[in-house]
Design a protein around this ligand. Structure first.
Ligand SMILES: Cc1cc2nc3c(=O)[nH]c(=O)nc-3n(C[C@H](O)[C@H](O)[C@H](O)COP(=O)(O)O)c2cc1C
Length: 172
């Protein structure tokens, strides 16, 4: 599949079949994460591949809205990084996240980015701290997002090319 075909296919998926993601597919996803470029090649990240249902249920409560479906996603990947001596951790983790999502699309999986960084729980506490403690991520490490992954319950629709915001592109 060409890259543009994959890009056309990728949509956020929030409802999944119960089928687990096979280990050989997970190995491809892991490789995609680790092949991401990073500022100064620091590679500040750590990726946590979570299948444990109890931990997924805990992650689903990381913020009051837009995260509940993590409970039903057969695989959740927590994207974290050390920001010590690394001022590009957000960019580095964002690139790795989208590469993970594209590798997932290529493998026939659906995925959705769930934002953690700068988000708060209902009681006002930090979603980052909540996820860090739930997963056992070292103190001081940052958490950008959690990606929900699994086989889509419904095949998402491609956005037709004519609906794209072509006027946001300037030729000079
Ligand atoms: C930085 C970022 C944060 C996002 N956070 C969430 C989120 O917390 N929960 C969620 O359900 N979707 C989240 N999304 C998915 C967006 O809602 C989705 O990408 C957008 O609506 C466009 O739809 P599409 O991915 O199907 O093209 C996020 C996407 C990005 C890039």
């Amino acid at each position: 599949m060409s890259l543009l075909t994959l890009l056309r296919k990728r949509r956020s998926v929030r409802r999944f079949l119960n089928n687990p993601v096979p280990q050989r597919t997970q190995a491809r996803l892991k490789e995609a994460c680790l092949r991401a470029p990073s500022g100064n090649d620091i590679q500040p990240w750590t990726f946590y591949f979570v299948e444990n249902p109890t931990l997924r249920a805990t992650l689903s409560k990381l913020k009051p809205q837009h995260a509940g479906f993590l409970r039903q996603a057969p695989l959740c990947v927590v994207i974290s990084a050390s920001d010590k001596g690394c001022d590009t951790w957000i960019e580095d983790c964002s690139i790795a996240t989208i590469l993970l999502q594209m590798a997932a699309t290529d493998a026939g999986l659906g995925s959705c980015w769930v934002q953690v960084h700068k988000r708060r729980r209902a009681d006002g506490s930090s979603s980052e701290e909540y996820v860090r403690e739930a997963v056992g991520i070292p103190v001081g490490h940052r958490v950008l997002c959690v990606v929900a992954l699994g086989y889509p319950a419904l095949e998402p629709k491609t956005i037709p090319a004519e609906k794209l915001l072509w006027d946001r592109i300037w030729r000079m």
